[in-house]
Design a protein around this ligand. Structure first.
Ligand SMILES: *Cc1c(COP(=O)(O)O)cnc(C)c1O
Length: 415
């Protein structure tokens, strides 16, 4: 559910016409809907209200400070994967005590910074990382709150590039190792065994994989309890899918309900780490049509927006809905590839789309809020694009269009 919709022939973001936003701020442009973001955070909070919980928004999905600030105000915590993301959360007014830190390659200095900021939990992903956390905790003379990211060997039934819970993925430690590693962590005075964690993949459109993973975490929870090790939270990670095209993902409530049911009778908090489901459909990416041409049997719609602004189609073959912000009554639909100006054959936003387009039109890539702006680059020395947040009938610039000089400001020509 989102707040982008047509009134007559024009697409609106909440109460503002998309074409007006494009004229005011230029293109390429990310446009977020505050009402949609709010609704998504509240949907997770409501789904979890019957149990002690923490909704940790996965910062890597969309890291704009304005988005993080809104989520923090709505009570969300954060899942981070780098020191930079923790610094962003703090800069956005987020509370480090609601932050969990995931990732297979946390450096010693990142762990030190996280512990000095008193984050909620370090989700440890290897036996060697345990050694590093112990070393840093001793040096700082603190007790480090830790969980182990268990790789439950569950198939998330999603695209191979975004599947993370299979035995041959780099993430987490195997179920077989987990119990002994927990015993070792529990015997270390400078560690507080705080949780059990997993994250099995992204864009999951059914609940079965997450139920299967939860069952495995609960089995481990009970086994640890029998051994005298009591964790205070179970973290089932993120991965809830969204509608890009014709998917039918569960709602946050449908996704969380079976997990809550399995947890009945257990004195343990539930953490979730949604990224995509919180932000994907809360933003669109605007692209202006520059030219059209035919090569062989293909019709190309060439826009000012490219794979550096939105890499998902090129990187994962992601199919994202593309519509015209204005519904023409008199322009026939043509099957088109929507492409950008970058010198790569994979520079496309969509292929074989039926579109009624005139040059100068604003095309709208829907579902652009997750892994869009946060994956953008300056490839081809294209500036990172501007971002706007709509709130009712108001718009606010939440990221300035980068200047050209900013692209190369850290580069040095030697004497
Ligand atoms: C990326 C990631 C998430 C969020 O995944 P979504 O599919 O965007 O919900 C959550 N937890 C971890 C550890 C991640 O790496």
């Amino acid at each position: 559910m989102d707040f982008f919709g047509f009134k007559d022939s024009d697409l609106y973001a909440e109460s503002v016409k998309i074409s007006d936003i494009a004229s005011q701020y230029g293109t390429p442009l990310y446009v977020y809907s505050k009402a949609t973001l709010t609704k998504h955070v509240q949907a997770f909070e409501a789904a979890l209200k019957s149990r002690k919980h923490l909704v940790c928004f996965a910062v890597k999905a969309c890291s704009n400070l304005a988005v993080l600030n809104l989520m923090a105000k709505l009570g969300a915590g954060f899942d981070i994967v780098s020191e930079g993301e923790l610094r962003r959360v703090i800069a956005a007014g987020g509370d480090p005590s609601k932050v969990v830190f995931s990732g297979v390659g946390k450096s010693e200095s990142e762990i030190e910074f996280a512990l000095s900021q008193k984050i909620n939990c370090l989700n440890i992903e290897s036996p060697e990382e345990i050694d590093t956390v112990i070393k840093v905790a001793k040096r700082l003379n603190v007790v480090a709150p830790v969980a182990l990211r268990v790789n439950p060997g569950v198939d998330a039934k999603t695209h191979p590039s975004i599947s993370t819970g299979l035995k041959n993925n780099k993430f987490g430690v195997s179920e077989e190792l987990a119990f002994d590693l927990y015993k070792r962590m529990a015997s270390e005075p400078c560690l507080k065994v705080s949780g059990i964690d997993c994250h099995i993949g992204s864009q999951m459109t059914s609940v079965e994989p997450i139920i299967e993973a939860s069952e495995k975490l609960i089995t481990l929870y009970n086994k640890l309890l029998s051994a005298g090790i009591k964790v205070d939270h179970i973290d089932v990670g993120g991965g809830l899918g969204v509608i890009y095209d014709n998917e039918t993902p569960p709602s946050p409530e449908e996704y969380v309900a079976p997990i809550l049911k399995k947890l009945e009778g257990l004195d343990v908090a539930l953490y979730v780490e949604p990224g995509r489901a919180m932000v994907a459909n809360a933003a669109v990416l605007l692209a202006k049509v520059l030219y059209q041409k035919d090569n062989g049997d293909k019709h190309f719609v060439i826009t000012d927006t490219a794979m550096n602004d939105m890499i998902r189609p090129a990187l994962y073959g992601a199919k994202m809905t593309i519509i015209n912000a204005y519904k023409h009554a008199d322009v026939p639909a043509v099957k088109s590839d929507v492409v950008g100006p970058i010198c790569e054959s994979d520079d496309f936003l969509g292929k074989d789309r039926s579109l009624s387009v005139k040059n100068g039109d604003i095309l709208v890539v829907r579902g652009a809020g997750a892994y869009g702006s946060s994956m953008a680059s300056t490839y081809n020395t294209r500036r990172l694009c501007a971002e706007v947040m709509v709130d009712g009938d108001k718009t606010a610039l939440i990221k300035k269009r980068q200047s050209f000089e900013d692209i190369w400001k850290d580069e040095i020509i030697p004497e």
